[in-house]
Each structure stands twice: as C-alpha cells, then as structure tokens.
Write a protein of this length. Structure first.
Length: 430
C-alpha cells in the first residue's frame, strides 16, 4: 500500500489519517502545535472544561461525522437536550417552545397567523421533496423569494439557517448547501447532540484509534517546505526532517497554506482561496460557582441573533460539583473584527440575554471567556465565496481536507465530509 503524509492534526487530519490507515496505508501525521485537535481543543480551568467555540453536532445519525466514527470503530457518548427546556424569543419579544411535528407547527407561537403556519408546513414538505439543485450561483434568499410564502414564514426559515450555520447573513448562503443540509436534518432522529466530555474527548478517542492503526503522530512538527518534481509532490520537510511519500493530504487552511506553497507549482491554485473570509461568531462563556437555573437548556433571541446553551445541564463532566457552564454565541462577520463598537454591542446583547434568563449569573461568576472572532468555519458558505477544492487534477498525489473545502454539511461536519471524500478518492486512485 501507499505511503501517506497528512499535514495538520485537526478534525479533518485526524479523520483522513485514520481512514487511510485502517485501509492499509502507511500514514504519518504532522501537527505544528503541541497537541492535536485544531479548533476542537478544550480549555480546562478550575474544574471547568470549555470548548473553543460552538459544540453542537447536527443530525449526527445522518452526518459525515458518524460515518467516519463508524468506519474507525470509535465510540463516544452523546447527550441530547430536552425539547421542553428549549426557548425561543420571537421578533415581537414573545417566548415560546419548539414544535416537533407538522401538526404542532400549525399551533406554534413562532409564527403569528394560521396562513404563516400553513406556509411553513408547506416549506418543510417542499424542502423534503426537493430533489433538484438550484445551483451554486443561487442564494438562499433568492430561492426563498421565488416561493409564495409569507414574509413571516421566510423570516423564520432565515432565522433557523442563521442558527445552524452561525451567520448573521443567512440569505447570502448558497441555496444548494442549505437545502441539502435540511433534507438531511429533517429526516434525522437526533437533530442536535453534544459530545459528553466535549470535543477534547473526541480528539483523544481519534488519537488512540490512530495509534492502534499504526499512524506515526508527530506533534510540534511544522512543515516548512514542499519539494516538487514537475506536477508530483515528492516530499515535505520540517526544520529537522524530510518526509517522502506517495500521497500528501494538506489539512491546513488556505491562510496557512499560502506561505507553505509560495514558489511552488501549487501557489496559483491555492493562494486565491486565502482571501476568502471565514465564518466567525462572538463566543461568550461564563463559568458559575453555582447553578442559577435548571429548566432551560437553550434560548434563542431571534431579533438580536444571540443564543445561549447550558452544556452542564446534560454533561456534568464539564463543571466542578455544583457549578454551571453557559455558552452564548452572537453572530458577527469577519468585517466586524476591527469595529469595536459592533463587538461591544454584541457583548451587551449577550449579557442582556444572560440577565433575562439566568438572573444571578453575575454574582455567581467564577470567570468568563470572550472570543470576539471565533472561527466557526475556515471559509463561509456565501454564494460569492469560493471554497478550496479537495483535489486539483494538475497535481495527482495532492489532496486537501478541512472545513474550508468544498465538501457537504455545515460547521464541523464539513471537515468530516472532506476527510471521507479524500479517503475514498485515494482508495480509488491508489
């Protein structure tokens, strides 16, 4: 079988390395940081375990993540939030719970009138029955506007897309991506799940499986140069070592690859993608010394584009005894990174929602952690955005994987899908 070098030890790198190793390839995985996981790392502090960024897994029974874990025989525990603990605050400030059936949608308070509700049911059925593709040039807003649904129905659909794709501009997303995602989600038995123990548990489980499969894992090993012979990549090198292989899978974002591929034949193919904006959000975690509320696991403010989850309600391992851990996410854009006024408004919106639903949180605060521009996805799903291909025909032994690639799904599942696609392609080609 072939020798493979995987550059980058995030979720995509771990997944593709494992998939190729269990198929008999000899795999070396390099990671420049001191530990694996990429953006799936966890921070441990004073008995609290915090994920970096959002930690939800959508439609896991129909996800690329589950497909990868099954193929690797990796088992992790999942928790599912109780729907009776979910709250929505409508545009008019009205609080309501979710509707879990088509009949329930006809009585939901998320929409004001019966016509709006009937149109929403029709929208759900239309998405389920939709078998074509509107093409990557059609935005979700354009696709919606071609339907005869009411404004309230369209706005609710946009809110749901904003929540699942972590964006304040859901109408700009590719319609094909959104429709494909919801065709999967609407058929799932597990709409939202959380990994018990957090993403760090998944990373460790993948690491152990890779070691069992014979993968050579090299941390603190930054790849600094690529050596080509015409269109074939022959080796990559760190400061101390040269790694020759038959196949190379580059699992680093285009912004990181830009310097690596400079002055190589790959440069004109990869560098343009480094200019594409990531999908970002403001993440505001609060660690509390005591529980201040026990009956709400999720609350979404539809007007201010903020939501809060309580991972400690269904995963006691992330807090010390009696503690509570809350995570709020406010949608932003990469352009807001340099606008302190916008970021301050987003922080205040989060704190206002904390005040409304978790009174006493300020007094019980052990510490907080605010990430103004947490990267949710390496390149967003905007209609005008171009995502890195997983393979260029000009370079037969070079592949790419990560959530910046043109794979399927949303957020973390893009990384898993790209890994699955690349491993399958390598299996057919080599």
């Amino acid at each position: 079988m072939s020798r493979v070098v995987v550059v980058g030890g995030g979720i995509a790198g771990l997944s593709v390395a494992g998939l190729l190793a269990v198929r008999g390839h000899r795999v070396t995985l390099t990671e420049k940081m001191f530990e694996l996981g990429g953006r799936s790392l966890m921070q441990e502090r004073d008995g609290f375990r915090l994920n970096y960024g959002a930690h939800a897994v959508y439609a896991r029974d129909r996800s690329a993540m589950q497909k990868v874990l099954d193929a690797l025989n990796v088992r992790v525990d999942f928790a599912t939030p109780h729907l009776d603990m979910v709250r929505y605050i409508t545009e008019t400030g009205r609080e309501t719970g979710p509707s879990v059936s088509l009949a329930g949608l006809l009585h939901t308070k998320l929409l004001p009138g019966f016509r709006d509700k009937a149109h929403f049911v029709h929208a759900v059925l239309s998405i389920l029955a939709f078998t074509g593709t509107p093409g990557d040039s059609v935005s979700f807003q354009e696709w919606l506007d071609r339907r005869g649904w009411t404004l309230a129905t369209r706005n609710l659909l946009l809110h749901l897309v904003a929540t699942n794709f972590f964006t304040e501009q859901p109408g700009d997303l590719r319609a094909s991506t959104v429709l494909g995602y919801y065709r999967r989600v609407l058929r799932t038995h597990h709409p939202v799940s959380y990994i018990v123990g957090g993403w760090g548990v998944l990373v460790q489980s993948l690491r152990e499986r890779l070691e069992e499969a014979g993968v050579q894992i090299l941390e603190k090993t930054a790849i600094t140069a690529l050596q080509f012979e015409q269109s074939a990549l022959k080796s990559v090198q760190s400061r101390k070592e040269v790694f020759e292989a038959d196949i190379f899978v580059l699992c680093a974002p285009p912004t990181a690859l830009k310097k690596l591929v400079a002055d190589t034949p790959l440069s004109p193919f990869v560098v343009p993608y480094a200019a594409e904006e990531p999908n970002t959000a403001l993440v505001y975690d609060v660690a509390l010394t005591k529980r201040v509320r026990n009956d709400v696991s999720y609350v979404s403010d539809m007007k201010r584009h903020v939501f809060i989850t309580d991972p400690s309600l269904y995963d006691s391992s992330c807090v010390p005894d009696g503690g509570q851990l809350l995570q709020a996410i406010a949608y932003t854009s990469a352009k807001a990174a340099d606008d302190e006024a916008v970021l301050m408004e987003r922080r205040k919106a989060v704190e206002s929602l904390y005040d409304a639903y978790y009174p006493g949180w300020r007094e019980a605060l052990a510490f907080s952690r605010v990430t103004d521009q947490a990267v949710v996805q390496g390149i967003g799903w905007g209609r005008e955005q171009k995502r890195l291909p997983m393979h260029f025909h000009d370079f037969p032994n070079v592949y790419f994987a990560g959530d910046w690639c043109d794979a399927a799904g949303s957020v973390s599942d893009v990384a898993f899908d790209s890994a699955w696609t690349v491993a399958s392609a390598v299996g057919m080609a080599f």
